[in-house]
Design a protein around this ligand. Structure first.
Ligand code: F6R
Length: 364
């Protein structure tokens, strides 16, 4: 049931404040301001390396989580798309951990990658939405993202709930490995607990996004830029846009722009920058200015401080709530989703059932 919404995707985008709070309630202990996993914690201290494997949007959740596990728990992380991982015969060591992320829990390549790790003597861990799925059943341990049924083919609330669970696991890993002290865990958990309210704030940009979408819908190509954990979010923004609006889009790490893609930029190419006030903000802004110097139409998504500093010369701005830079990818997922959704609605595509796509990809 779509409720008052025109599409399941819209409903699922708008559910996020409550669904994220619900997911967090399974992973945080608010009284102790600490992570409290719903099951036994994986032994991250015994790992020399962590593999994060998935497909599509779930893979981009892994890509964001790589920044978290490396920064918070100082554990080397490798991320891989399942279809590459499974056929590469990658060496698996006795001290490798492996997490498989999947909304449906039935994605054929992700399941095959999991079986590969298990057959190599590893102990796969799953992060899934569907508790009784194959990926959950065949892993040593499964963590549920608690997003509820996701009907729209384009993944939205499952992505942000995957990030919540991966964030809780990264903090757990940091605690076990002694790379964060209790006060730091408290700070991270307090900031994470604020995310649902910030996501609700970010949804306030919707009316403005739907205006901008009228212009975006005319574009042939759109670029998305971000740095640090916002880089995978740029990739996710581009994926979301292309799968439902059929506009060609690419995500790039901001610093990579001058190594090729800037050749694409002219005044017909909107360039969407996800730039929260974080330690890399100035670098992102200078990349943005390179785009503007070439006539590119920059859409800057940032908070009040960021917009005050860098909005000059931008084609458009999106006002985001201030948030902890570590968890900003969860909050900025909202404008990424809304931009894709409203551009697709403007183009009149079948938002919930985009052409050529299935919700669950059970063939390789
Ligand atoms: C994109 C999308 C797909 C899925 C991918 C993995 O919006 O929905 O890219 O993320 O097919 O699916 P799951 O998570 O079910 O393994």
């Amino acid at each position: 049931d779509k409720g008052t919404h025109r599409h399941f995707m819209a409903k699922e985008i708008h559910e996020q404040p409550s669904v994220l709070a619900y997911a967090l309630s399974h992973y945080l202990d608010p009284a102790r301001k600490a992570v409290d996993l719903p099951g036994p914690a994986p032994d991250f201290a015994a790992m020399d390396r962590l593999l994060l494997v998935a497909c599509g949007t779930a893979y981009y959740a892994c890509h964001v989580a790589k920044y978290w596990f490396e920064q918070i728990a100082r554990i080397p992380v490798e991320i891989d798309v399942a279809s590459e991982f499974r056929y590469r015969n990658p060496p698996i060591g006795g001290r490798d951990g492996a997490i498989f992320v999947s909304q449906s829990g039935e994605t054929a390549d992700t399941l095959a990658a999991l079986r590969y790790v298990r057959d190599a003597g590893g102990h796969p861990i799953a992060v899934v939405n569907v508790a009784e799925s194959s990926i959950a059943r065949e892993s040593d341990q499964a963590f549920e993202i608690k997003a509820g049924p996701e009907i729209g083919v384009a993944s939205t609330k499952a992505f942000t709930c995957q990030l919540i669970v991966l964030a809780a696991l990264a903090i757990t890993a940091g605690r076990q490995r002694g790379t964060i002290v209790a006060a730091e865990e408290e700070r991270l958990v307090t900031a994470l607990a604020r995310v649902p309210a910030q996501v609700a704030d970010a949804l306030g940009a919707e009316a403005h996004v739907s205006e901008l979408a009228r212009d975006l819908a005319k574009a042939r190509d759109i670029l998305f830029l971000g740095r640090g954990p916002m880089y995978p979010l740029a990739l996710e923004g581009a994926l979301k846009l292309k799968e439902i609006s059929y506009i060609h889009a690419e995500g790039y790490a901001s610093g990579e722009l001058k190594h090729g893609p800037i050749a694409l930029v002219d005044d017909s190419v909107p360039v969407i920058c996800f730039a929260p006030m974080d330690p890399l903000f100035d670098k992102t802004v200078s990349n943005m200015q390179e785009v503007m110097a070439r006539g590119g139409r920059v859409l800057l998504a940032s908070d009040t401080d960021g917009l005050a500093e860098a909005a000059d010369g931008a084609w458009a701005t999106l006002s985001m709530p201030a948030c902890d830079p570590v968890w900003a990818p969860i909050v900025y997922a909202v404008p990424a989703q809304l931009l894709a959704y409203h551009t697709a609605v403007e183009k009149g595509t079948d938002v919930d059932q985009p052409r050529n796509l299935a919700k669950s990809v059970t063939v390789e």
